[in-house]
Ligand binder design. Structure first.
Ligand SMILES: *Cc1c(COP(=O)(O)O)cnc(C)c1O
Length: 469
C-alpha cells in the first residue's frame, strides 16, 4: 500500500480524535465566531506529488483555510434562509460519511439503506401532516426538489397529449402558471427545457401580498380553454413568507385539469405552530411538494426532500428511469431510488434527518419553529417602533423584510447600511428587492438563536443607523 495511506490507516484513532476535538472547539465558539470574513483567499496551491498524510493536511487546512470559515450555522446568520445543525444531525451526518452506503434499493441483494430513507421520509411526512400516499426521497436542496417534482409534472403534461417527453423531448410549449415562484423553480423550468420566460404570470393579491390572486388565476385558467398546465404555488415566499390559498386552489382543482406543485421549502414547517397551521390547510391535495431540510429542520447541507403522489409513480419512473442499465431490473417492480430522481449513486442523506427527528421529536421541532417565529416578530416590532427604520411587509412568519424610510431608501444607501452591518461579523443578513424597493431580509430558522442575539442585533442597528439616515 502507498506509505501515506498505510500510515493513515494505522493512525486512524488519532485522526478521528483530532477532527473531533477541532469540530468540538468550532461548535463551542460558534456564537462568537464572525458570520462573515474579510480574509482574502490565498493563491491556489498546487497538487503534491508525495502526499502529506491526514495529520499534516489538517495542519495545512488550519493554516490556509480554517480562519476563513464563517459561522454559517451560528445564531446570527440570518442571511438567505440558513438553518443550523442540531447535534443529532451532525452525528447522523458523520455516520453517513463513515458508513458510506450508496442508497438505492430497499431490499434484496446488497445493502438496504433505502429502507432507512423510506422510514425517514415517513417520519418527515408525519411531522408535516402529509398522508402516506406521497412517496418521499432526498435530494441536495429545494432547488433539486423543485426540479425533480417539475420534471414529473412535465412528463404528466406531455402524457395529456399522448407524448412521452422523456423519450421524445419537448414537442410543444408547456403552460406554467405561477405568481411569486422562488428563483429555483424558474431555474428548473430553464433546465427542463420548458423555458423560464414561458411562465404565464398570475397577479398577486392586493394589499402588500405575494400570494396568488385566485380570481386572476381562474380567469387565466379559463383562457387556456381546457388545456392542461402546471401550477407552481408557494407555501412561504422568500421575501415576506406569504402563502397561496391552498383550499381555494384545491377547489379549482376539482374543476380544472392541472398538475399542482407546492414549494414549501421552509414554509411547510409552519404546520407545527398552532397559530399558523391553517396556512397549510388542504396542501396535501397537491401532486408534489418541496421541503428543505437544511433550513428549518436544522440539518447540515445538502439536504431536502420531495414528496410526489404515489399515483404518479409510473410517470416518475418514466422520467428518471436508468433504463440503459439492464442489470438494474424492471424499474416498476424493483423499488430503486435511481429510477425515481436525478442522481444514480447517492449518499444516505436520510441519516442526519433520521437522527434529528428521533432525537428531538415533534415537540423539539415545534419549539424550534415557534421560537423562530417569536424572534421574527420581536425584531419586526422593534423595527416598526424606530422612526429610522421601516418594515416593507408585515412579519407573517419567520422573516423580517425591512428598509430605511424615504428619503434614505435609495439602493446605494440601503446596501451600504446592510454592508456595514454585515461587516461587523456579528450579523449576516441578505439584500433584497421587494415591490421595487431595496430592502434587507432577516430569516429566523436556527435553533441556536436566542433573545440575546436579537437584542444584540437591535443594538447594532441603532448604533449604525445614524450614519445612514
Ligand atoms: C431556499 C429555497 C429554495 C431553494 O433551496 P436550496 O436548498 O437553496 O436549493 C427554493 N424555494 C424556496 C421557497 C426556498 O426558500
Amino acid at each position: 500500500m502507498n506509505k501515506q495511506l498505510q500510515e493513515d490507516l494505522s493512525s486512524l484513532e488519532k485522526i478521528m480524535q483530532l477532527v473531533s476535538e477541532q469540530g468540538l472547539s468550532y461548535l463551542k465558539q460558534l456564537a462568537e465566531r464572525p458570520v462573515s470574513t474579510t480574509i482574502e483567499a490565498p493563491t491556489p496551491a498546487g497538487m503534491p506529488g508525495k502526499g502529506l498524510g491526514t495529520i499534516e493536511t489538517l495542519k495545512k487546512f488550519n493554516d490556509r483555510w480554517e480562519p476563513a470559515m464563517v459561522a454559517a450555522s451560528g445564531p446570527r446568520y440570518w442571511g438567505f434562509v440558513t438553518g443550523g445543525t442540531t447535534p443529532a444531525s451532525i452525528a447522523g451526518d458523520w455516520l453517513t460519511t463513515i458508513y458510506d452506503q450508496n442508497t438505492q434499493s430497499a431490499k434484496g441483494d446488497g445493502d438496504i439503506s433505502a429502507a432507512i430513507e423510506l422510514e425517514t421520509t415517513g417520519l418527515l411526512r408525519e411531522l408535516l401532516g402529509l398522508p402516506d400516499i406521497f412517496l418521499g426521497g432526498f435530494v441536495t436542496g429545494a432547488t433539486m426538489s423543485n426540479f425533480t417534482c417539475l420534471a414529473v409534472a412535465r412528463q404528466w403534461l406531455g402524457q395529456q397529449s399522448g407524448n412521452d417527453i422523456a423519450k421524445e423531448g419537448l414537442t410543444q410549449k408547456m403552460k406554467v402558471l405561477t405568481a411569486t415562484p422562488h428563483s429555483s423553480s424558474i431555474k428548473s423550468l430553464a433546465l427542463l427545457g420548458m423555458g423560464s420566460s414561458n411562465i404565464l404570470p398570475v397577479n398577486t393579491m392586493e394589499g402588500n401580498r405575494e400570494a396568488i390572486d385566485i380570481k386572476d388565476l381562474e380567469t387565466q385558467i379559463r383562457q387556456l380553454n381546457g388545456a392542461p398546465f402546471i401550477l407552481i404555488s408557494s407555501a412561504g415566499t422568500v421575501n415576506t413568507v406569504d402563502f397561496d390559498d391552498f383550499s381555494a386552489i384545491a377547489a379549482l382543482r376539482k374543476q380544472y385539469h392541472f398538475w399542482w406543485h407546492i414549494d414549501a421549502a421552509f414554509g411547510g414547517f409552519a404546520i407545527l405552530s398552532d397559530a399558523h397551521k391553517h396556512l397549510l390547510k388542504d396542501w396535501e391535495q397537491a401532486d408534489s411538494i418541496t421541503v428543505d431540510c437544511h433550513k428549518w429542520l436544522n440539518v447540515p447541507y445538502e439536504n431536502a426532500a420531495f414528496f410526489i403522489k404515489d399515483q404518479h409513480r409510473l410517470l416518475q419512473v418514466s422520467t428518471f428511469q436508468n433504463s440503459n442499465a439492464p442489470y438494474l431490473g424492471d424499474p416498476l417492480e424493483n423499488f430503486n431510488y435511481l429510477n425515481l430522481l436525478p442522481e444514480n449513486s447517492r449518499r444516505l442523506k436520510a441519516l442526519p434527518v433520521w437522527f434529528t427527528l428521533n432525537a428531538y421529536g415533534r415537540e423539539g421541532y415545534r419549539y424550534i419553529v415557534e421560537n423562530s417565529i417569536r424572534q421574527a416578530h420581536d425584531l419586526g416590532a422593534f423595527i416598526q417602533s424606530q422612526p429610522g427604520l421601516c418594515l416593507l411587509a408585515p412579519v407573517r412568519l419567520n422573516t423580517v423584510c425591512f428598509s430605511l424610510p424615504a428619503p434614505a431608501n435609495d439602493t446605494e444607501n440601503v446596501m451600504a447600511f446592510l454592508s456595514a452591518l454585515n461587516k461587523t461579523g456579528k450579523i449576516f443578513m441578505s439584500p433584497t428587492h421587494y415591490k421595487g424597493q431595496p430592502g434587507i431580509r432577516a430569516a429566523f430558522v436556527n435553533f441556536r438563536t436566542t433573545e440575546k442575539d436579537v437584542a444584540l442585533v437591535k443594538e447594532l442597528l441603532l448604533h449604525l443607523l445614524p450614519l445612514y439616515t
